[in-house]
Design a protein around this ligand. Structure first.
Ligand code: ATP
Length: 344
């Protein structure tokens, strides 16, 4: 089976080809090809209109490259017929103008090759790529991405949101601080670099039950910077505070669900300090921890193609006329077709 994935919820125009004989499980001979083109704002954060213009230019190019790759694989295997079996696309959540371009591209390719269309929830894809590559059965997932932050656990046919941000996404919060400092987007890697040189500067720690809030931390971090606290110290304080919050709620999610596996998803998950804190917490409670490679943590079409293949194998496809995008598509809106309801 060979599935084309298309991603473009915010900044990454990306297309991928996932080829496998066994979509349910990672195998040694499966193959993932990913071609991405990132939108880089000249100043400030992500501007939805500019991001959509980028998608309009970049999506056709990355899709063409991925299809050429699929065709080479099909030719090498001596296959006739279409080089792909299905087209999966990120249906949401994300920026509406970007999603519409991705949806249009996916529909056009599916019609061109006369193959089914699969509508993938971007947040569930962040989770499933970790589950797929780890081979974990039923992990809790911490999604620490730009526009989101939540813990997901599987129960009776759905991923349940066990805890989530009450205001901004975790990466967006970090990016707002770095914009204030005058650093170019994205801010996360710069905060990580500077934090290594800094001493911890205390910032508000806001966990309420299973939920967390980042807006007060951001205001306090901006204020500290304006009050001449060294920026490296603020960065260190940001990392330690935010990641301790995420680790605390992850531990509580493991405890509440009785799960003994944690996977990480999302672009902020590329941060070494966050990964170390989560790994140590898991070691202390005898749980397994897995973080996919960075190329599968940040937005990428590989995760869309991988989950798309599982959905396609389960017959979870979309008619063209029902394939509208959903910019507020929540992970708990997805009726999970590719895992049995008896799994918990
Ligand atoms: P979502 O997946 O919720 O739609 P998104 O589209 O913004 O979010 P992601 O690729 O998941 O995309 O995450 C991007 C975020 O990751 C940005 O906010 C960026 O600053 C942050 N980030 C990237 N690298 C690091 C890092 N090393 N440390 C912390 N944050 C990072």
């Amino acid at each position: 089976m060979r599935v084309l994935g298309i991603e473009g919820t915010a900044w990454a125009a990306s297309a991928a080809v996932f080829e496998t004989d066994s979509p349910a499980r990672a195998t040694d001979d499966e193959h993932v090809f990913v071609e991405s083109d990132a939108y880089q704002p000249e100043s400030g954060g992500i501007h939805p209109r500019e991001a959509a213009e980028h998608m309009g230019e970049a999506i056709p190019e990355v899709v063409r490259t991925a299809i050429d790759h699929a065709r080479e694989r099909a030719d090498a295997a001596g296959e006739s017929g279409p080089p792909i079996d299905a087209v999966a696309f990120s249906r949401g959540p994300g920026l509406g103008p970007c999603l519409r371009i991705v949806g249009t591209a996916a529909r056009a390719v599916a019609q061109r090759f006369d193959v089914p269309l699969v509508g993938v929830n971007h947040m569930v894809a962040h989770l499933e790529v970790g589950r797929h590559r780890s081979g974990f059965e039923s992990p809790v997932c911490l999604n620490a991405s730009g526009a989101n932050a939540h813990l997901l656990g599987y129960r009776n046919g759905r991923y349940r949101v066990l805890g989530e941000t009450m205001d901004t996404g975790v990466g967006n919060a970090i990016d707002k601080f770095t914009r204030h400092v005058g650093w170019q987007h994205p801010g996360g890697p710069k905060v990580e670099r500077h934090a290594r040189e800094g001493d911890f500067h205390p910032l508000p720690y806001v966990v309420k039950g299973m939920d967390f809030s980042f807006s007060g931390i951001m205001s306090a971090a901006k204020q500290a910077y304006d009050d001449d606290v060294p920026v490296a110290d603020v960065c260190r304080g940001l990392e330690e505070t935010i990641f301790a919050m995420l680790t605390e709620v992850s531990e509580r999610a493991l405890s509440l669900t009785g799960a003994d596996e944690l996977v990480l998803g999302g672009g902020v998950g590329q941060n070494d300090r966050l990964q170390r804190m989560l790994r140590e917490m898991c070691e202390q409670r005898g749980a397994d921890f897995f973080a996919p490679e960075n190329r599968f943590l940040r937005d990428n079409a590989g995760m869309i193609a991988i989950l798309g293949a599982k959905m396609y194998a389960a017959g979870d496809t979309l008619a063209i006329e029902e394939s509208g995008i959903d910019s507020n598509f929540r992970p708990d809106d997805v009726a999970v077709s590719w895992r049995g309801p008896e799994e918990s």
